[in-house]
Ligand binder design. Structure first.
Ligand SMILES: *[C@@H]1O[C@H](CO)[C@@H](O)[C@H](O)[C@H]1NC(C)=O
Ligand SMILES: *[C@@H]1O[C@H](CO)[C@@H](O)[C@H](O)[C@H]1NC(C)=O
Ligand SMILES: *[C@@H]1O[C@H](CO)[C@@H](O)[C@H](O)[C@H]1NC(C)=O
Ligand SMILES: *[C@@H]1O[C@H](CO)[C@@H](O)[C@H](O)[C@H]1NC(C)=O
Ligand SMILES: *[C@@H]1O[C@H](CO)[C@@H](O)[C@H](O)[C@H]1NC(C)=O
Ligand SMILES: *[C@@H]1O[C@H](CO)[C@@H](O)[C@H](O)[C@H]1NC(C)=O
Ligand SMILES: *[C@@H]1O[C@H](CO)[C@@H](O)[C@H](O)[C@H]1NC(C)=O
Length: 903
């Protein structure tokens, strides 16, 4: 046991040691032996203040900073409050029995005044037998050297008269206790600064030195900077040197033990880059070791006093190298073992990376078997590095949530609150509001980031509309604190998200008597599509041809009805139906975005009959006969080919008395007829391959007196338009009158004439009979009433005109929808309407007269569109008097009711 007797400047804390186990809150305290030091770890202090006292003879002695450096204690606390206490085995209070060193510490955690202090006792016995001849420890607050006491008899010299040895020096207990060389006592210590300076032990202790002399060793300890230390530059590294000789005297013999310690200073031995810390420790430390004398036989690396093996070092990416001059340790900034400490300056965030690496060297000298163990625990803090937090916006606008990541920050940063322009929310408020505030810590560094989710719909989010798009913006400021100093700072993030309703481009259009007008409206993505007209991509030259005009939102084209990119659908006596197809494509996927077709009838005289007997006919290739070569068409006389032809047209000029033209005579007119078709040989061969309809164009010219008139002009469709074929009298249409609007029972034919009161409703149903084809639909074109069964008789009252109710009728018909039921397999084959029984104005007197209802119906192929768009699909157009287009794709029927009498 070593101790000091006259330590008047020690604060002796004689407080009763009152440790009641059951009152002690759980706290993680552990201790371990690390060679010539021991370490005590105390879990996070949680803002409490830790007082360390050492226990000796039932009294505890508070370790003050001065006592710590004198007696071999050091302490550090990291940013989370985890505290490490290092204790030299040779501390002033250790109980040493055969190289087993027992130290007992009392730890007092002082909270605020209300809480009781927390007391813990830690006792650790460390056995350390492998003392080398010389052991040097450089700790954060002290330097320590312990040397083996060579037997003074081996080398005894008379006391130096100049040393001023004080013979009345108090005996040291350690020297007395086991008097291996009982007669020798320390008389004085000579410090070399490098000038000699002599002190008694008491003087040295008053100056802050700790001196322990055991039978086997002499231990000398002192703070880094005293007036007895000096700085010596070793291989460019400034080192603090304490060099001493301790004089022992026994009677008239004197001997001395030299003890020197040299510790590096951070300034000059550590090189920083933003990513790496490089620590240069001189390999030969004068005056401890001079080159050649001793050889470096071991180098160990550690952190926080504890050695690391090679695997652990590699995992932490530490690297050690040794050259002739230095032992070099490189540590990546942020590596495991250290931590980031946060600092705030002018609300700017800085970090410093803190780590306490350790180098432990062993020098040996072969000749004398003297060895030196040199251990440096070296706290390093990088210079403050500005680390402005990043704001990473992970928002996906479609999810309608702002997702933001802010960081990184050191783990000593706590989030306190989040400020929005309208309000400040605590972290708890944020969670209650669904903002999902989370803290994420990187597993391999002590940095952390905060993430926050704020729904677009939350009131803290501002919403504006710019160019039809919803723009959401969020401004938030994190209120942060650096612990444990409680230094506030903040970080602001501004986020913006635009929600685009994806609108596809659209195409619309119209016609006049010679052109298609196509208008393309860009969608929300702008003009980013490809336009196909007919089968051609709209190139600049094609655009020019079609009078391309554009502005920010639209472009327009004017396509003549006979342009190369249109198709002819049908021809009639004095008009041609032409269609333009416009497709918008996605150039990347080549998928269609929009398909648009516009079909219009353009007035065009295809056949002209001149008074002088010349007949001209323009035959055009129709879409339904894509393989037709117009140049191969002929008149009835196959030798009469076109006068002019190109790939879509054939122009014939002939006279009434040539090219197989027939002539018929009627009372006042002469009828010349011919037809244009492929000659029989071509027709057959073409058919077998392509299944195209035959091309047959009937030409008729009526010659009246001095007038000519073109009458009919029809291609005769074949397979592609089956309803013309079916229309050979097989499809029948029936009209019935139902008893009520359920249309479930009907007047039988023997009931006619049926009788109705004025304004009693008539429920009329028209059915397309015996057609198994659901794609065929029946449409009412015109319906009217007459007084007798002749549908053409007068007077006549129109009920339905062009598919729509007669708007001038005060009792308009009401259409009833038709649903599938047992009787109705295909609703499209039925039409139902209701009309009130009425009387003709000119018939007021004859109240018993009966009336008949008649309808013209169209039987349509649903696939063809046009007239088959459904009953009265466009009342607006009807009102303007525009007639429905009549194509060749459907056939017409007439149907009439039986007589209906008025009661
Ligand atoms: C206590 O400390 C040890 C060593 O520092 C650590 O491994 C352990 O996880 C800690 N236990 C608790 C409960 O904090
Ligand atoms: C501690 O007690 C021992 C005897 O048990 C005694 O010799 C020693 O002087 C005491 N030390 C102090 C500092 O009181
Ligand atoms: C310390 O106190 C205990 C009981 O409180 C006593 O038994 C022991 O002898 C004391 N030791 C010394 C060295 O005074
Ligand atoms: C942490 O781990 C990641 C990936 O595992 C790595 O990219 C990064 O460099 C590591 N950081 C440190 C400081 O080791
Ligand atoms: C928000 O937290 C910060 C700590 O960084 C603090 O300074 C500030 O006063 C807090 N604001 C409110 C309104 O509580
Ligand atoms: C662009 O042209 C379209 C069609 O002519 C028109 O409706 C629209 O107002 C025009 N827009 C601008 C910004 O001129
Ligand atoms: C018949 O009249 C037309 C139109 O006037 C003319 O172009 C054509 O040459 C005439 N034909 C003959 C044979 O005179």
């Amino acid at each position: 046991m070593a101790c000091f007797y006259r330590l008047g400047w020690f604060i002796l804390l004689m407080a009763a040691v009152n440790i009641e186990a059951q009152k002690k809150p759980p706290r993680n305290i552990s201790s371990k032996c690390l060679g010539n030091i021991m370490r005590v770890d105390v879990g996070p202090l949680g803002g409490k203040l830790l007082e360390v006292a050492v226990v000796i003879n039932n009294s505890s002695i508070l370790i003050t900073p001065r006592l710590a450096s004198q007696c071999g204690f050091s302490m550090k606390t990291d940013q989370r409050g985890n505290t490490v206490i290092y204790v030299s085995l040779h501390n002033c209070f250790a109980h040493n029995v055969d190289d087993s060193f027992t130290t007992t510490l009392n730890l007092r955690l002082k909270g605020n005044r209300m809480a009781e202090d927390e007391l813990h006792q830690v006792a650790e016995t460390c056995r350390y037998a492998t003392w080398s001849s010389r052991e040097i420890v450089c700790e954060r607050n002290y330097m320590e050297v312990s040397v083996k006491r060579a037997a003074p008899d081996d080398y005894a010299v008379p006391a130096h008269p100049l040393l001023g040895v004080n013979p009345t020096l108090d005996p040291r207990r350690g020297a007395e206790k086991k008097p291996m060389d009982a007669g020798f006592r320390i008389t004085s210590i000579v410090f070399f600064t490098p000038e000699e300076k002599v002190m008694t032990v008491a003087e040295a202790q008053r100056s802050g030195y700790g001196i322990v002399s055991t039978p086997s060793r002499l231990v000398l300890r002192g703070p880094h900077t005293t007036s007895e230390t000096y700085t010596h530059n070793v291989a460019g590294v400034p080192m603090t040197v304490l060099q001493t000789s301790t004089i022992f005297e026994k009677k008239w013999l004197a001997t001395q033990i030299n003890a020197a310690v040299a510790c590096p200073t951070v300034k000059g031995s550590v090189h920083f880059t933003p990513n790496t810390i490089t620590w240069f420790l001189p390999r030969h430390i004068d005056p401890l070791v001079s080159a050649g004398q001793l050889k470096l036989s071991e180098v160990h690396v550690g952190v926080d006093g504890e050695r690391l093996d090679a695997t652990e070092m590699a995992a932490r990416r530490y690297s050690l190298s040794v050259n002739d001059i230095y032992v070099i340790l490189e540590i990546p900034v942020g590596a495991t073992g250290g931590y980031f400490k946060s600092h705030i300056q002018d609300d700017q965030y800085f970090t410093s990376y803190m780590i306490e690496p350790m180098l432990e060297l062993l020098w040996t000298e072969d000749s004398t078997h003297e060895d030196t163990r040199y251990k440096v625990l070296f706290p390093i803090a990088t210079p403050l590095m500005p680390r402005p937090a990043q704001v990473i916006d992970n928002t996906v606008p479609g999810e309608r949530i702002f997702k933001v990541l802010i960081g990184p920050f050191g783990s000593d940063v706590a989030l306190v609150n989040v400020s929005f322009p309208s309000e400040v929310l605590s972290v708890t408020d944020c969670s209650a509001r669904g903002f999902n505030v989370l803290e994420h810590t990187s597993p391999n560094s002590s940095l952390k980031v905060f993430t926050l989710d704020v729904p677009f719909m939350d009131p803290v989010v501002q919403q504006t509309t710019v160019k039809g798009m919803a723009v959401f913006s969020l401004q938030l400021t994190l209120g942060l604190l650096v612990l444990p100093e409680f230094a506030p700072f903040s970080h602001t993030a501004n986020l913006e998200a635009t929600l685009v309703d994806i609108v596809a481009p659209s195409v619309s259009g119209g016609c006049d008597h010679e052109n298609f007008y196509v208008l393309v409206q860009y969608g929300s993505e702008g003009f980013n599509f490809q336009t196909i007209v007919g089968k051609q991509t709209l190139t600049p030259s094609l655009a020019h041809l079609y009078g391309f005009k554009d502005n920010d939102t639209h472009f327009s084209l004017v396509v003549p009805f006979s342009a190369a990119d249109t198709v002819f659908e049908a021809v009639e006596s004095s008009s041609i139906r032409s269609r333009v197809d416009v497709t918008l494509k996605n150039p990347e996927t080549n998928g269609n975005i929009q398909e648009f077709s516009l079909s219009c009838k353009f007035p065009l005289t295809l056949t002209e009959c001149f008074p002088n007997g010349t007949i001209t006919v323009l035959a055009v290739k129709l879409e339904s006969v894509p393989n037709l070569k117009p140049s191969e068409l002929t008149l009835s006389d196959p030798s009469c080919g076109p006068s002019y032809s190109d790939d879509r047209h054939a122009y014939f000029i002939f006279t009434g008395n040539s090219c197989g033209t027939t002539r018929r005579f009627f009372s006042n007119v002469m009828l010349y007829e011919n037809e244009i078709a492929l000659p029989d040989d071509l027709q057959t061969s073409q058919d077998s391959e392509t299944e195209e309809p035959e091309y047959e164009l009937k030409i008729s010219c009526y010659y009246e007196i001095y007038t000519t008139r073109a009458v009919t002009f029809n291609p005769r469709p074949r397979r592609s338009e089956p309803y013309a074929e079916n229309a050979k009298g097989e499809l029948q249409v029936a009209m019935r009158i139902a008893l009520d609007d359920s249309y479930s029972s009907f007047h039988r034919s023997e009931d006619y004439p049926i009788a109705k009161y004025l304004q009693q409703p008539l429920y009329i149903e028209i059915e397309l009979m015996r057609s198994p084809n659901p794609q065929v639909s029946l449409e009412l074109e015109n319906c009217w009433a007459t007084l007798n069964d002749d549908r053409t008789s007068k007077p006549r009252w129109n009920l339905i005109i062009d598919g729509c109710a007669n708007l001038v009728d005060p009792y308009q018909v009401v259409f009833h929808p038709v649903w599938v039921d047992a009787r109705v397999p295909y609703p499209s084959h039925f039409k139902r309407f209701e009309v009130q029984m009425f009387a003709f104005a000119e018939d007021q007197d004859n109240l018993n007269r009966q009336l008949f209802v008649h309808c013209d119906v169209a039987i349509c192929d649903d696939r063809n569109g046009g007239v088959c768009n459904g009953q009265c699909s466009n009342q607006q157009n009807r009102i303007k008097g525009q007639r429905r287009a009549v194509s060749d794709a459907h056939s017409y029927r007439h149907v009439s009711s039986g007589p209906i009498k008025r009661n």
